[in-house]
Design a protein around this ligand. Structure first.
Ligand SMILES: CC[C@H](C(=O)O)C(=O)SCCNC(=O)CCNC(=O)[C@H](O)C(C)(C)COP(=O)(O)OP(=O)(O)OC[C@H]1O[C@@H](n2cnc3c(N)ncnc32)[C@H](O)[C@@H]1OP(=O)(O)O
Ligand SMILES: [Co+2]
Length: 140
């Protein structure tokens, strides 16, 4: 199955304000959303875009000890690339496809930070990359 557009690169950060300043100063990135909490995912999240929306970073810091970002930062205290997110037109068809390939889907399909359904595929089944699949936003 051919995946669509790379929607964002997820970056785990230990300090959200410092990370925003870093990407603004070192890459000229602009904040497209102020940080907002997604308690159901255990994260504080914001999006930064490079020139003309050429690339989007999703900055993620943990809301609590149970957050998936907490264990990532325990292994990578300075933070780092956490996941890559690809778009698909039909999230259920994509889920079925990955399951048919025998790849481990992590948890239920749920609503992600762009307001569309997402799921994750285990990094060990994706060449070491935690892979997020999201349904393309309808207003594209
Ligand atoms: C707000 C939604 C937003 C959006 O875009 O809509 C998001 O993107 S939210 C992002 C945060 N949520 C998630 O990441 C959910 C999916 N993640 C998970 O289920 C876990 O984090 C998991 C299973 C990927 C890792 O769990 P854990 O931290 O407990 O580590 P393990 O000991 O189970 O790890 C097993 C193995 O995988 C390696 N690993 C862990 N995390 C990553 C990663 N991000 N990238 C690559 N590899 C990763 C880990 O090192 C272990 O490898 P090993 O060789 O066995 O040491
Ligand atoms: Co993401």
């Amino acid at each position: 199955m051919k995946l669509g557009r790379l929607n964002h690169v997820g970056i785990a950060v230990p300090d959200m304000d410092a990370a925003i300043a870093h990407w603004r100063e070192s890459a000229g990135a602009t904040l497209t959303t102020p940080p907002f909490e997604m308690p159901e995912q255990g994260v504080l999240v914001c999006f930064m875009d490079t020139a003309e929306g050429a690339a989007q970073m999703e900055l993620l810091s943990p809301l609590d000890k149970t957050s998936p970002i907490t264990s990532f930062l325990a292994r990578n205290p300075l933070g780092g690339q956490h996941h890559m997110c690809f778009e698909v037109p039909d999230i259920e068809a994509a889920r079925t496809n990955f399951e048919a390939q025998g790849k481990r889907i992590l948890g239920p399909t749920r609503i992600g930070a762009h307001g569309t359904p997402i799921f994750f595929v285990h990094p060990k089944d994706m060449g070491g990359i935690l892979t997020e699949i999201m349904e393309t936003p309808g207003d594209v």
